[in-house]
Design a protein around this ligand. Structure first.
Ligand code: MRU
Length: 348
């Protein structure tokens, strides 16, 4: 049995009326915390990717609403002020449904409040509960996913889906943590994840931090890795899963799913039920964020592309459900997802 991982990384803290976020733009070179006391600044932090990853975005927005309530105390138009801040938070990023799920939930718990004080108390309780429930859910889905992995397997993951992308522990990386601790995984591969390098900057930092050896590869190396037989499962997270199982995740995920199918490698999506958008019929309707050209044209702030070149930079793609072998959630595992099978995860 390998040593229990440390699982000490927690990127979101709320104390003394301030939200603290571990700045993911600066990792791994620097561990820098940013501090927030107003919702519009939190929205900007989400947009600029101080914090990123679908569950982490949702939780952060929840605390953004707490700040909105704090700043509305003593104001006659407190309700309108909070509503305006919630709209600002909603506009931060379009693809991860957890953002909208969290904000709807916050609005729900505050709906019966008759003053700003009670709205603040309800909002803070709800945001803290969301954070704790996310970590507990990740541990559950991690264990469920790990059971699917045959002893001695290699795994390949994409983007960062770990503690940094959630309240803690992670989704796809939670499965990998749990399987590693159970001694099932022989080796872990992580895509560097161009252009923002979530894999080489964040996933590698997290895994090294928790004592799990990792080999990074550029996405172009995935086909030959999957053909080599060293990988049993590709394990990824999700930003939005449509009701039929089509899954939006970091750009490059769709290509990995095609490669996995072509080489007989299994493909797992690990995500909380909050990432399933039951109102979205299929993946064609999922809004895909387009990010700035500089992310592709520059490296570390220095232009590397030829002058005059432009960039195509969608941040996400959609993997059709028929390429997914299992969707692993805290409420259970759905194999070969279909609309009917996914509906069994819906809250009663
Ligand atoms: O642009 P990002 O870094 O926010 O994209 C993150 C991803 O695509 C993750 O795979 C997804 O949000 C799941 S995180 C548990």
């Amino acid at each position: 049995m390998r040593q229990e991982h440390s699982d000490t990384i927690r990127p979101i803290h709320f104390a003394d009326g301030r939200l603290q976020l571990l700045d993911q733009r600066r990792l791994p070179r620097e561990t820098l915390w940013q501090s927030y006391d107003a919702a519009p600044a939190v929205a900007e932090a989400i947009r600029a990717m101080v914090v990123r990853g679908a569950p982490a975005i949702g939780i952060t927005a929840g605390f953004g609403v707490v700040l909105a309530c704090q700043n509305a105390l003593g104001q006659a138009d407190w309700r309108e002020r909070i509503a305006a801040d919630i709209e600002t938070l909603r506009a931060a990023r379009p693809t991860a449904v957890n953002l909208f799920w969290a904000l709807d939930r916050m609005q729900g718990v505050m709906s019966g409040c008759t003053d700003a004080e009670s709205a603040l108390a309800a909002a803070e309780g709800s945001a803290r509960a969301m954070l704790e429930a996310d970590i507990a859910g990740n541990r559950r889905l991690g264990a469920l996913g790990a059971e699917r992995i045959a002893a001695g397997s290699g795994v390949l993951t994409h983007c960062n889906t770990g503690s940094l992308a959630t309240g803690g522990y992670g989704t796809a990386l939670g499965v990998i943590r749990a399987a590693w601790d159970a001694g099932r995984i022989r080796e872990v591969f992580a895509d560097e994840t161009r252009p923002w390098l979530q894999g080489s900057r964040l996933t590698a930092w997290e895994l090294v931090h928790d004592g799990i050896p990792v080999q990074l590869l550029c996405e172009g190396a995935a086909a030959s890795l999957l053909r080599s037989g060293r990988v049993g499962w590709v394990i990824v997270g999700a930003d939005r899963i449509a009701a039929n199982g089509d899954t939006a995740n970091k750009i490059g995920t769709y290509g990995l799913a095609l490669l996995a199918r072509a080489h007989g490698v299994r493909f797992m999506v690990a995500a909380p039920v909050a990432t399933i958008d039951f109102a979205m019929t299929d993946g064609t309707g999922i809004p895909i964020e387009q990010r700035g050209e500089e992310e592709v044209l520059e490296l570390g702030g220095t232009r590397v592309a030829a002058a005059g070149a432009h960039a195509f930079n969608p941040a996400f793609d959609v993997t059709p459900a028929n390429l997914i072998d299992a969707i692993v959630t805290e409420r259970g595992v759905v194999e070969a997802p279909t609309r009917e099978r996914l509906a069994t995860l819906r809250e009663a």
